[in-house]
Design a protein around this ligand. Structure first.
Ligand code: FAD
Length: 472
């Protein structure tokens, strides 16, 4: 790999979104000598960690393209599914209390306060424009083969009451970093008869509290990832009966080590849904069984990537697509080869520890833009991206799981860090992630709390986190 001449180039960079990823982008771009402008359409930084009690109108499946949007998906009772030390950025450890919630698996307000403190610590506020929505980012001046195109970015001021009437501005940037999050656009299965089914159907994006929608009702929760698992337990505290349904659940023969006995007494487990039966308020499952008189179906079926502001971002006949939840083509989940390094994405991988990975990706982007970590030729990046997608098929991995990382995240992070000349992240994070995962599988209802042999581990892990921080 040749080092590009002109290393040390300083770029003016538009960052779309002021969540945890956008803040990391601003910090790392500044550190490399660039000028970031973070456009955040909300009233504050923090993204999904800014709890928003509003919900979208959600008639059947929450996917009406003309609905009024709410970015937030946090529910009121949410506590983190990772210990705070593990979650925190490398450059600003999450080892103390920021909003009075000293639980290691803290509530969302504590994480929001931590993110605000991160922004203060790195003096990021000056780079953020709040209540500014990016409407479009279009490539212009595509003659620069080395740095990729420049960008015409159109933004709109978000007004109180948001009547679409805010002032529109157009500016030119050397690069765009996309940090718009991927927990806002519901992905909901379409079942036969869903339109005529008489009960309430909603997506977990629109769940906030176990309110009277659920009180005394029979509720089917579909999906047993983090949200479905937590929400079915919470809803069971007020509902008369909860059915947790998920592909792969077979009554009496639970999937993997899912501890059925830890489930609330008024809950049952079922496999996936195959159809809805309107005349009986029924739900039919993959094993042929039918649950009748169901009042509510809560779809905890995840989200999809969406980049409406990149609709016109095609260059060399190569557009960015997000078909079947795979953003493609991408070099190492970050750079579209035809547009690199001037277009990049932070935060696409899931089943990861997000904040330190955001920092790592942001650092790589900043160094690719300056020339300090030059990218391979476009053709090579494209071959690598294509090979990655082909390998999914060969390994039997569904395309919609292209950005799912799990244990592979740590090697991925270290690979990007090596490209930046940085040492690997501390091994304690991987250990803590694995230990938390094991505890969650064996004690899904209580893994966040004691009494458990965590005090020793706590001290050990926290000490390592602090050591990492001190050496930073
Ligand atoms: P977001 O936080 O979604 O931020 C994106 C920002 O972009 C938003 O502020 C949005 O307003 C803005 N934006 C979008 N489009 C535009 C536009 N066109 N113009 C301007 N601004 C725009 N992670 C953990 O580490 N631990 C957990 O316990 C955990 N629990 C979670 C629980 C739930 C319910 C959810 C939804 C997520 C959870 N996560 C958790 C993952 C969480 O998403 C990440 O931690 C992280 O906050 C994502 O940051 P982000 O910046 O990528 O996206």
């Amino acid at each position: 790999m040749m080092r590009a001449p002109g290393a040390g180039r300083a770029a003016r960079v538009a960052v779309v979104g002021g969540g945890a990823a956008g803040l990391a982008a601003a910090r790392e771009l500044r550190a490399e000598g660039h000028t970031p402008v973070v456009f955040e359409r909300g009233d504050d930084v923090g993204g999904v960690w800014v709890y928003d009690p509003r919900v979208e109108v959600d008639d059947v499946t929450g996917t009406d393209p003309n609905r009024a949007r709410v970015h937030g998906s946090m529910y009121a009772s949410l506590r983190t599914n990772l210990p705070r030390e593990c979650m925190g950025y490398e450059s600003f450890p999450f080892t103390r209390t920021f909003a009075g919630d000293d639980r290691r698996f803290c509530g969302h307000a504590e994480v929001r306060a931590y993110l605000a403190a991160y922004a203060d610590h790195h003096d990021i506020a000056k780079d953020v424009r709040l209540r500014r929505e990016v409407l479009s980012a279009e490539p212009i001046d595509i003659s620069s083969r080395r740095w990729g195109p420049r960008w015409r970015v159109t933004t709109r001021e978000v007004t109180v009451g948001d009547d679409d009437g805010g002032v529109v501005s157009v500016e030119t940037f050397d690069a765009v970093v996309v940090c718009n999050g991927h927990y806002s656009e519901p992905r909901t299965p379409r079942y036969p008869n869903a339109e005529n089914w008489p009960g309430v159907q909603m997506h977990s994006h629109n769940y906030r509290t176990p309110d009277d929608t659920f009180e005394g009702k029979k509720v089917v929760v579909l999906g047993a990832m983090a949200s479905g698992e937590d929400l079915s337990r919470e809803i069971a505290t007020v509902a008369c009966h909860v059915v947790l349904a998920a592909r792969g659940f077979v009554p009496g023969a639970p999937k993997d080590d899912f501890p059925v006995e830890s489930y609330p007494k008024n809950a049952t487990l079922k496999p996936g849904i195959v159809e809805l039966i309107p005349e009986r308020s029924g739900v039919k499952f993959e094993d042929g069984s039918v649950e009748e008189d169901v009042d509510v179906i809560l779809y905890a079926t995840g989200y999809q990537y969406a980049f409406p502001f990149l609709a016109n971002a095609a260059v060399d006949n190569s557009a960015i697509s997000a078909v079947d939840n795979c953003v493609s083509p991408l070099y190492k989940h970050v750079f579209p080869p035809a547009l690199a390094p001037s277009l990049s994405f932070i935060g696409l991988p899931w089943k990861v520890v997000p904040f330190p990975q955001f920092e790592t990706q942001a650092r790589w982007i900043a160094k690719a833009l300056s020339g300090a970590a030059p990218l391979p030729p476009r053709r090579e990046m494209r071959l690598d991206a294509d090979a990655f997608e082909e390998s999914l098929g060969a390994k039997g991995i569904a395309r919609r799981h292209a950005h799912r990382m799990g244990d592979a995240q740590f090697a991925y992070n270290d690979e990007l860090r090596a490209l930046c000349g940085h040492p690997p992240l501390g091994a304690w994070r991987a250990e803590m992630y694995a230990a938390t995962g094991a505890r969650k599988r064996s004690q899904p209802a209580s893994y966040r709390d004691g009494p458990i042999p965590w005090s020793d581990e706590d001290a050990r892990f926290a000490a390592r986190a602090e050591a990492t921080a001190a050496g930073f």
